[in-house]
Design a protein around this ligand. Structure first.
Ligand SMILES: Cc1ncc(C[n+]2csc(CCOP(=O)(O)OP(=O)(O)O)c2C)c(N)n1
Ligand code: SF4
Ligand SMILES: [Mg+2]
Length: 283
């Protein structure tokens, strides 16, 4: 008998996905499927699919799945987890879904410390509906609704969801990784595994943001899309762990360090400082 050394994880069904060639939604599915296998949790896992390109995720993940209305996956996950606390519950959501339409839902689920895991696919665009601007669209990025590029002075800067959620005092695991090249994908899988492990151990809310490509709506071939992600998205959305439950509660530190020659004069600014280090001390 030949030895099988590589195969599709049991965490994925046999159904071919509908994703465009080179889209990293498929990579995200693969590593989540592998993690469900490796942690031995597939048969007690409930996934919540979003609206967006991954609307059919319930066809691809080989665990119990439910479909949420746009942005409401954290609310459904909250219900599922509270009714069946021994289940492992995760949501899989895009940036239009999570950061825009469901911004309220994710903010409060994280703040309540729901013991769920959130896989957040940030591809800087509304993929499914034809490439409109998302909250995470980069400054000057051209989309169908920003044909001259996103004008941050007019419509604000991209939202950094991981950093925003990490400011909440409620303990949690909040991390960001990228689906671009093998070294980033290996790191992404480690963070996803860690996020599920915190849930298995009943520790905290866990959230992994995955920088992802949309070659179709970015208008570039897959290789160029991964390069674009590395060159443009990672500088604005830095990778790392922004909060772990071991850090303890986030503290606010207040400083008045704006230089006096600044046109607006000295001002109070706030920084968030963890007891152990100043990981999100960006004031
Ligand atoms: C309440 C609501 N608003 C808008 C839509 C239309 N809609 C469906 S998918 C989508 C964009 C999804 O983008 P994203 O969540 O970023 O997922 P992606 O396709 O990029 O993976 C929108 C606006 C909807 N279905 N429901
Ligand atoms: S439109 Fe973009 S996000 Fe959607 S499947 Fe195609 S490449 Fe992926
Ligand atoms: Mg998107």
């Amino acid at each position: 008998m030949p030895e099988i050394i590589f195969k599709k994880p049991d965490g994925l069904t046999d159904k071919p996905t509908h994703y465009c060639p080179g889209c990293t939604h498929g990579v995200a599915h693969r590593i989540v499927g592998e993690v469900l296998d490796e942690l031995g949790i597939r048969l007690r896992t409930v996934g919540i699919a979003p609206v967006g390109c991954s609307v059919l995720a319930y066809e691809y993940f080989n665990c119990d799945m439910m479909e949420a209305a746009h942005g409401r996956a954290p609310a459904m996950a909250t219900g599922a987890k509270r009714v069946c606390p021994n289940s492992i519950v995760y949501t899989y959501q895009g940036d239009g879904d999570l950061a825009s339409i469901g911004g309220n839902e994710i903010f409060h689920a994280a703040n309540r410390g729901e013991k769920i895991t959130v896989i957040f696919i940030n591809n800087a665009i509304y993929g499914m509906t034809g490439g409109q601007m998302a909250p995470t669209t980069l400054p000057n990025q051209v989309t169908t609704t920003t044909p001259f590029g996103r004008d941050a002075d007019d419509i604000g800067f991209p939202v950094r969801m991981a950093e925003t959620l990490a400011t909440q005092s409620t303990p949690g695991y909040i991390a960001r990784a990228a689906l671009a090249k093998p070294k980033y994908i290996i790191d992404a899988k480690k963070k996803i595994k860690k996020a599920f492990q915190y849930q298995i151990d009943n520790v905290c809310f866990s959230f992994v943001e995955l920088l992802s490509t949309c070659p179709t709506n970015w208008g570039m071939p897959p290789k160029k899309a991964t390069d674009w992600l590395v060159e443009n998205m990672i500088p604005y959305f830095p990778l790392g762990e922004f909060k772990t439950p071991e850090d303890g509660p986030v503290k606010i530190s207040t400083v008045t360090d704006r230089p006096s020659e600044h046109p607006k004069g000295p001002s109070v600014r706030f920084g968030l400082v963890h007891p152990k280090d100043s990981r999100i001390g960006l004031i």
